[in-house]
Write a protein that binds this ligand. Structure first.
Ligand code: IMP
Length: 195
């Protein structure tokens, strides 16, 4: 069965192809399907945005679709940057957005934070399912490490031995992260459907 990955992010597309192909799906990115579409993320939650992205493509094609929305929530910043993680404070670069978090936490004792990933799956009959993965941790005092992307250089996961995600091998992230947890739930759901 054919499946469309509602994303233009090459890292996410690779990850989802690796998940779906062994389950017998022919997974294609939206651009491989010739769909030029950038859905506006107007939702108030990760789940709402994941649904918006998947539903827009399902409505247009009638195919199975998977999408996700993710970001960082910092407790002492009232959950910011949250759904605005990719465009926090309108800052242009990932480095500037990380520095904004570090500056926002200046003088604050509570550095608790978490990554959240919400996946929306829509099957060929239009039935929708949602899966959420959470990765708890805290914000480092300074940037460290060059692996990964986004907020990885300032995020220390609770299961990382005190290292930032960007200082650890990518294989650690692929098995422990918020996205890995949400993907594992979706994989389990699909396996159960096939039984
Ligand atoms: P999106 O889900 O592609 O919209 O990503 C939202 C933003 O959240 C990204 O641009 C990153 O800034 C941040 N983010 C999401 N997941 C991660 C991650 O695994 N590591 C670091 N930053 C992340």
């Amino acid at each position: 069965m054919e499946l469309i990955i509602a994303s233009n992010n090459p890292g996410k597309i690779r990850e989802y192809k690796d998940l779906f192909e062994p389950l017998g799906f022919r997974a294609l990115s939206q651009s491989e399907k010739g769909i030029q579409m950038e859905v506006e993320e107007t939702g108030k939650t990760f789940a709402e945005n994941a649904v918006l992205k998947a539903q827009a493509i399902a409505d247009r094609t009638g195919c199975c679709v998977v999408s996700d929305d993710s970001g960082l929530e910092v407790e002492a910043l009232g959950g910011e940057p949250g759904i605005l993680s990719a465009r926090y404070k309108g800052l242009a670069t990932e480095h500037q957005r990380r520095m904004a978090i570090l500056e926002g936490l200046n003088g604050k004792e509570n550095r608790q934070a978490r990554f959240v990933c919400c996946i929306c799956w829509i099957d060929s009959r239009g039935r929708r399912s949602l899966f959420q993965g959470i990765w708890n941790g805290k914000i480092a005092l300074a940037e460290e490490g060059a692996n990964g992307f986004g907020y990885d250089p300032i995020f220390i996961a609770e299961d990382s031995g005190g290292k930032t995600t960007a200082s650890l091998p990518l294989s650690f992230k692929e098995t422990h992260s918020h996205r890995a947890k949400a993907v594992a739930q979706l994989a389990e759901f699909l396996r159960a459907m096939q039984e």
